[in-house]
Write a protein that binds this ligand. Structure first.
Ligand code: SER
Length: 326
């Protein structure tokens, strides 16, 4: 990362805010873009820019000025937000992303060395009419018939990124993507996602607030802690290109049902009030995603391994962090 010129979109979001300090520590020069006018990156040396991913003039001028050779593209409408705002999500998740890929490709072409483009994809790319197939861990190429618009958009971007990289034999663009499970951070809460219930359950328990979980108790998804998510992303970003056998890799921490998560929360917060009040359309979104994913290719190709299991996520990350913040 040292001396890399790095562009981070959606910098004020969960992944962006967790990644930025790693980039700065690693010696990267960073421009942090966020649409939220109130966002200011607190780290010295990072340039904060306010703006919309769909503002092509702004993105072009930032590329012209900073000649980015690495992009972390987090700006997006998440799954629930995309279901509610389909056309806005197309503008941001597809059109905005497409233009960013074009700029990254052209910057690499001009420089004659590839722009490394890191893209967080999602378990939302999965789906199958045969729901039983979603109940066992899926490898990267199985059951790719997403039912949500967000999943369709993520799968499309994965494929366009991989195509553009192949098209130039990796000379201008080096697109790399992780399929994340639900992410849980102690520092931030997700907005607009559907796996959000897990983080909400833990934060409500910690704040002493009752929580009505919007999915059924038997809903099961893979999850990962934010430190693991950042470790996966930085390892993939830094992996030697010749180690990678594909553009898109699954990563996961642990798989848990909403009822099992509630039990785990109650072990540590015995007074927590957690009920199940499923909202049908959100429950259906989770039911269209897999219970778990198989990340053995990431382990094999670039040595990925998650630190936190369900138990150690609580004992080594959530509880110490939440206590410190209190
Ligand atoms: N966490 C995302 C969401 O719930 C899925 O990748 O939208």
């Amino acid at each position: 990362m040292k001396n890399r010129s790095v562009f981070v979109t959606g910098a004020g979001g969960e992944l962006g805010s967790a990644l930025l300090s790693h980039l700065v520590k690693a010696g990267a020069k960073v421009v942090a873009l966020d649409v939220n006018e109130k966002y200011v990156c607190p780290l010295a040396g990072v340039r904060t820019v306010h703006g919309d991913l769909c503002n092509q003039n702004l993105l072009q001028s930032l590329f012209d000025e900073h000649k980015f050779d690495m992009v972390f593209h987090f700006a997006a409408l998440l799954s629930s937000a995309a279901e509610k705002n389909p056309f806005l999500s197309q503008k941001v998740n597809v059109d905005g992303t497409g233009f960013l890929l074009e700029l990254a490709y052209n910057a690499g072409k001009e420089r004659k060395s590839p722009t490394r483009f890191l893209f967080p994809s999602s378990i939302a790319v999965y789906g199958s009419a045969d729901k039983a197939r979603l109940r066992s861990p899926l490898t990267e190429d199985e059951c790719l018939q997403p039912e949500t618009l967000y999943g369709i958009q993520k799968l499309f971007t994965e494929q366009v990124g991989a195509y553009l990289t192949r098209r130039c034999s990796g000379e201008y663009l080096d697109f790399r993507s992780l399929r994340y499970p639900g992410l849980i951070s102690i520092d931030t809460l997700p907005t607009g996602g559907t796996s959000d219930y897990a983080a909400e359950m833990i934060h409500h328990a910690n704040d002493g607030k009752a929580y009505g979980c919007f999915v059924s108790s038997n809903s099961k998804l893979p999850f990962m802690t934010m430190p693991d998510a950042i470790a996966a992303l930085t390892s993939l970003a830094e992996a030697d290109a010749d180690k990678l056998t594909r553009s898109v890799y699954n990563v996961r921490g642990f798989s848990v049902s909403a009822a099992e998560l509630r039990e785990e929360v109650l072990k540590h917060f015995p007074k927590a009030q957690i009920s199940f009040e499923p909202v049908e359309w959100r429950d259906n979104v989770v039911a269209s995603w897999p219970d778990d994913i198989d990340d053995s290719l990431a382990q094999k190709d670039w040595g990925w391994s998650a630190c936190h299991s369900l138990e150690t996520a609580f004992t080594d990350y959530f509880l110490p962090g939440l206590r410190k913040a209190a």
